[in-house]
Design a binder for this molecule. Structure first.
Ligand SMILES: CC(=O)N[C@H]1[C@@H](OP(=O)(O)OP(=O)(O)OC[C@H]2O[C@@H](n3ccc(=O)[nH]c3=O)[C@H](O)[C@@H]2O)O[C@H](CO)[C@@H](O)[C@@H]1O
Ligand SMILES: C=C(OP(=O)(O)O)C(=O)O
Length: 415
């Protein structure tokens, strides 16, 4: 079993380059399925989720060429083969093959997704969207079979603001007959990134990034070259780690606008933050104020930064309350943080966080962002070495984390 070993207590100092966004990459890769000719993605992050997605496309008959941070996908020989098990269970975003294959072939047979299962994560809104577009969806031994004689544009009002459902419906609707309107759509930057790729492939999409997205279906789509947006969650994690270790870090190759909710909260705590065109410098301070944080849909504070932020809030004077309005029970990191000396109670959807000195311990990451939260806590804990297991979750979403942290002066290694 692989472990991350972290000897904390050193301020992080230097520059970190942020890679492309996981949550974009794993939607853009299946989007290539809609094209008749090769699609090339730049600024690709080196993540296990990306590697698994490449295997999924190969299983479908695509040829895939991954070279450094560039990925070329040739869908010339693609076919819609059943994928009830196997790789589809290893990541959450395998659900995008439902929308993409439905759009391309009018048929998809895909097992229910895996990924971080910190609580039940239903996909009823995805299914509602596919059905509105004319698909018949049946559950066959735990895998969804989607069939449509013809996909037709429709008006779809999402009952919950869902990133996955918004993107999945966009994928299927891109090649449907007529116009689809998604109301109450999610507005995350990754949705705009997918819409940008689809538009470069010939789709007609308006309104991505607002709550109403209009997609006029087209008969065929073609290849293009697209650069993936920077990963705002990785960027936020390094911002938080810089503050928690009282360091001084330039987080480079990012879009500072995407970080606004986090930047504002960290400034409210007393962290010094300097914004540049494509970078943010975080300068830690000896003391921080407690703050209340609500994780919301974009442009609110990202739920994926909720667990890392919990670790920083243990370093603030007073009591902070962190409430997650997106997931009701995303708190598996908290018993582990408490093993490191944190004083955190969970009440309903909120974590009540008191100031505490953290110490090293043996802890387990049970999901990706819980892992990030434990790494930040370990970097803060003095005198000794923290062992973090569950590294496979961390590798889903953090590109070269050991190399990046080491370059910033952290004492961290894999065992
Ligand atoms: C691969 C990917 O991009 N993952 C991100 C995506 O996940 P994902 O797209 O799965 O998350 P959603 O935005 O769909 O989920 C938001 C909320 O809606 C609920 N819901 C969602 C769909 C549905 O059909 N029914 C339903 O009830 C979920 O349980 C959750 O409470 O957005 C989440 C919220 O920003 C992030 O935490 C994940 O990192
Ligand atoms: C929950 C996450 O990912 P996924 O939806 O891919 O499981 C995440 O990135 O924090």
């Amino acid at each position: 079993m692989e472990k991350l070993m972290i000897a904390g207590g050193r301020p992080l100092r230097g520059t970190v380059q942020i890679s492309g966004a996981k949550n974009s990459a794993i939607a853009l890769i299946p989007a290539a399925v809609l094209s008749e000719t090769p699609v090339t993605l730049d600024n690709l992050p080196a993540l296990s989720d990306v590697a698994i997605y490449c295997e999924l496309l190969q299983e479908l008959g695509c040829s895939v060429d991954w070279n450094g941070d560039e990925l070329s996908i040739d869908p010339t020989h693609i076919r819609s083969v059943p994928m009830p098990n196997g790789n589809v269970k290893k990541l959450r975003a395998s659900y995008y093959l439902m929308g993409a294959l439905l759009g391309r072939f009018g048929e998809a047979h895909i097992g229910m997704p895996g990924g971080c299962n910190f609580e039940p994560r239903p996909i009823d809104q995805h299914i509602k969207g596919f059905e509105a577009l004319g698909a018949v969806v049946t559950n066959e031994n735990g895998a969804l079979h989607l069939r449509a004689k013809e996909l037709r544009g429709a008006k779809i009002y999402l009952d919950v603001v869902s990133v996955g459902a918004t993107i999945n419906i966009m994928l299927a609707a891109a090649r449907a007959k007529g116009t689809t309107v998604i109301e109450n759509a999610a507005k995350e930057p990754e949705i705009i990134d997918v819409a940008t790729l689809l538009s470069s492939m010939g789709a007609k999409i308006k309104g991505a990034g607002t709550e109403t997205i209009r997609i006029e279906g087209v008969e065929s789509m073609h290849g293009c070259r697209h650069s993936i947006i920077p990963d705002r969650i990785q960027a936020g994690t390094y911002m938080i780690a810089a503050a928690a270790t009282k360091g001084d870090v330039l987080i480079d190759n990012i879009i500072p606008k995407h970080m606004e909710a986090l930047t504002a909260k960290m400034q409210e705590m007393g962290v010094h933050i300097y914004e540049m065109d494509e970078a943010i410098r975080v300068v830690g301070q000896p003391e921080y104020q407690s703050v209340d944080v609500k994780a919301l849909v974009y442009p609110g504070f990202a739920t994926d930064l909720q667990s890392p932020m919990t670790s920083l809030l243990t370093q603030a004077r007073g009591v902070s309350i962190l409430t997650d309005q997106v997931y009701s029970n995303r708190f598996k990191h908290i018993p582990e943080l408490n093993r490191m000396g944190a004083k955190i109670k969970v009440e309903g959807r909120s974590a009540i966080i008191e100031h505490a000195e953290l110490h090293p311990a043996k802890v387990k990451a049970s999901d990706l962002r819980a892992g990030a939260s434990l790494i930040i806590a370990a970097l803060t804990a003095k005198e000794g070495v923290t062992e973090v297991t569950g590294v496979e979750f961390i590798d889903r979403g953090y590109d070269r984390i050991v190399e990046n942290l080491s370059a910033l002066g952290a004492e961290v290694w894999r065992e």
